[in-house]
Design a protein. Structure first.
Length: 117
């Protein structure tokens, strides 16, 4: 397993941008697919985006497609989520996860993103 620590959350106005980072420690980061999930207030956790171990394949939730970009730097054991054109409905705790074959086995502690209108 890997240990994951998210950072980069904060308060931003609607239309603004934030970049989240997720630093991984442990073995074989580059062998894991990585994902970002979020949990809005009072709602269940939902998928945001994921990226293959190589970085060649990405997937996005329809609600963020065209606004968010997931990327990874295997040399730095870090995955990123660039969030542009933020909306109040993007307010949530954002979590990164590591996994294999769509099974997410490791989770970070989360970072709060708040978008004001």
């Amino acid at each position: 397993q890997v240990q994951l620590v998210e950072s980069g959350g904060g308060l931003v106005q609607a239309g603004g941008s934030l970049r989240l980072s997720c630093a991984a420690s442990g073995r074989s980061f580059s062998s894991y697919a990585m994902g970002w999930f979020r949990q809005p207030p009072g709602k269940e956790r939902e998928f945001v985006a994921d990226i293959s171990w190589s970085g060649h394949n990405t997937n996005y939730a329809s609600s963020v497609k065209g606004r968010f970009t997931i990327s990874r730097d295997n040399a730095k054991n870090t995955v990123y989520l660039q969030m542009n054109s933020l909306k109040p409905e993007d307010t949530a705790v954002y979590y990164c996860a590591a996994g294999v074959s769509n099974s997410w086995s490791s989770w970070g502690q989360g970072t709060q993103v708040t978008v004001s209108s």
